[in-house]
Design a protein around this ligand. Structure first.
Ligand code: GLN
Length: 530
């Protein structure tokens, strides 16, 4: 039977709960155990797919096409396992499923209540993840902060699971803040004490405290916290602020986090192999050169909106020993700016995914600039669609070429609504999502990158390249180097005459790993750092 680690957060959000959970996953995997991860999000949306990136950051997409919280990106990057629909559960998912059952008559005769019906549904999601993954350890992170009204049903379910399975099969990690107070020049444990007291009030005693702090907690502070919170001193771990998130697993390992967990579970403490990760940290700490990449989009005010893209750029930087500095270019403002000035130090331009009409003009200007000035360019999803529009307009002379997403009446829809999308009325979960095949043409940049004719990548879009325009664009020098073999949908385009100009309909950023960068980011950073 699987063992369960539950990760909760206290005091404030944004403490690195997701990174803590991911680090635990990495350490246990490095001890030879099969690990699976999931996140509970207490909001009522069924998934984050319908939320603005300004609210919630990027939507991460798993191989099976589930739209999920961005923490799942961290999980996959750390534990290097593919997650799925069992990995991200929201209040909305739980309630819709319970209400569906009620309507079907599954609870006939009963009054349907939060306890036990909602809590049973939540518990089933934990057990289902264990069963379908066959993992030795399932790590479940609870979104939000202890005390939030929204997360109470989730916390109550975990309390029940602890009751059912006992202390040797379940373990609670509470991630909390130990702030530094400048006036008195010291770290303060009181917020943590309150947060643990609140958890106890809900019937849960944490087993491990992970204290986010600017410096290591002293012995004295750990003793104090141990006394007030009833957590053994050695189980009080510091998550010290670090420049790179990839340092965190090593810091937790040095404080024996994984051993504490395995001991409580009565599992064997196998030899650990952290050599790959240690090499990565060495690289992270020894990047000598810096290159500037311009990221042109409309959500540049919130960097989380492009989290996986940023990570993928960083990973490719590790391979070429360069620190990637991002020049955040708000495409809406670009329209009134001097492009030579904006891109003065830029070595490569990337236009990532996005939705809607706002900011499109600026993105097209940036693409034109990259194409004409021979600056390495990578377009992703919307970025590919706009590269097509720019090329059709400025090179092929189709002046009114457009996407029906921005101009439903356009005469030359080089980007059109996908046929299977035409009758769709619901917006949630209905994009073309997840893994699809792509066949790559030999002798192209894409083939050089992937060194394979058959690949699979993850998607999230509603519009596609309109194949009616393939001939004319080809005649003018665009190469369609990747195509879906079943639907003929264009997956990759490139311009061979350019130094490095490539764009894809899918989202390569989701598959990049810190120790194995993605082929498209690899060549983009390689060319940009030349
Ligand atoms: N808005 C475009 C579409 O739906 C691109 C989507 C994206 O960039 N993820 O097709």
């Amino acid at each position: 039977m699987a063992k369960f680690v539950f990760v909760t957060g206290g005091v404030v959000s944004g403490l690195g709960k997701g990174i803590t959970a991911s680090s635990i996953g990495l350490l246990l995997k490095s001890r030879g155990y099969k690990v699976f991860m999931q996140k509970f999000d207490p909001y009522i949306n069924v998934d984050p797919g319908t939320m603005s990136p300004y609210q919630h950051g990027e939507v991460f997409v798993t191989a099976d096409g589930t739209e999920t919280d961005l923490d799942l990106g961290h999980y996959e990057r750390f534990i290097d396992e593919e997650l799925n629909y069992t990995s991200n559960i929201t209040t909305g998912k739980i309630y819709s499923s319970v209400i569906e059952k009620e309507r079907r008559g599954d609870y006939l005769g009963a009054t349907v209540q939060i306890v036990p019906h909602i809590t049973n549904e939540i518990k089933n999601k934990v057990y289902e993840a264990a069963k379908s993954s066959g993992a030795d350890v399932v790590i479940t992170e609870i979104g939000g902060t202890i005390g939030d009204l929204e997360s109470q049903a989730f916390i109550e379910s975990l309390r029940q699971i602890r009751g059912e399975l006992g202390i040797n099969n379940t373990l609670f990690v509470h991630v909390t803040l130990v702030p530094y107070i400048y006036g008195s020049g010291e770290l303060k444990t009181k917020p943590t004490q309150h947060s643990v007291a609140e958890m106890r009030g809900m019937g849960i005693q944490p087993d491990i405290l992970v204290c986010r702090a600017p410096e290591m907690l002293s012995e004295g502070m750990r003793e104090k916290l141990s006394l007030y919170c009833s957590v053994p001193k050695e189980n009080i771990i510091t998550a010290k602020d670090e420049k790179s998130i990839y340092q965190i697993p090593i810091n937790l390992y040095e404080q024996k986090m994984d051993e504490i967990i395995l001991k409580q579970f009565g599992m064997k403490i196998n030899k650990i192999d952290l050599s790959t990760w240690n090499d990565l940290i060495k690289t992270v700490n020894s990047l000598d050169k810096e290159i500037e990449i311009a990221l042109v989009g409309k959500y540049t005010g919130l960097h989380d909106a492009y989290l996986s893209v940023m990570e993928a750029l960083t990973h490719a930087g590790y391979k070429y020993k360069v620190k990637v500095k991002i020049n955040w270019v708000d495409s809406e403002r670009l329209e009134n700016e001097n492009l030579d000035k904006v891109f003065k130090n830029t070595k490569g331009i990337i236009v990532p995914g996005g939705f809607g009409e706002r900011g499109i003009k600026g993105m097209i200007m940036a693409i034109k600039y990259a194409r004409e000035k021979n600056i390495p360019f990578l377009g992703i999803c919307l970025g590919m669609q706009l590269a097509v529009i720019e090329f059709a307009r400025d090179v092929c002379g189709i002046k009114d070429a457009d996407s029906v997403e921005f101009n439903s009446m356009c005469e030359n829809p080089v980007i059109d609504l996908m046929a299977e999308q035409k009758d769709i009325v619901n917006m949630g979960g209905t994009l073309r999502l997840g893994n699809y095949d792509c066949k790559i043409k030999k002798g192209t940049l894409a083939y050089d990158d992937y060194k394979s004719e058959n690949i699979k990548e993850r998607h999230r879009h509603r519009y596609e390249f309109n194949n009616k325009y393939k001939d004319v664009l080809e005649k003018n020098g665009m190469v369609f180097s990747g195509v879906n073999p079943e639907s003929n949908l264009i997956e990759i385009i490139e311009l061979p005459k350019h130094k490095h100009f490539i764009a894809c309909q899918f989202h390569p950023e989701f598959k990049s790993r810190p120790v194995r960068c993605h082929p498209l980011f690899d060549s983009f950073i390689r060319e940009s750092s030349k």
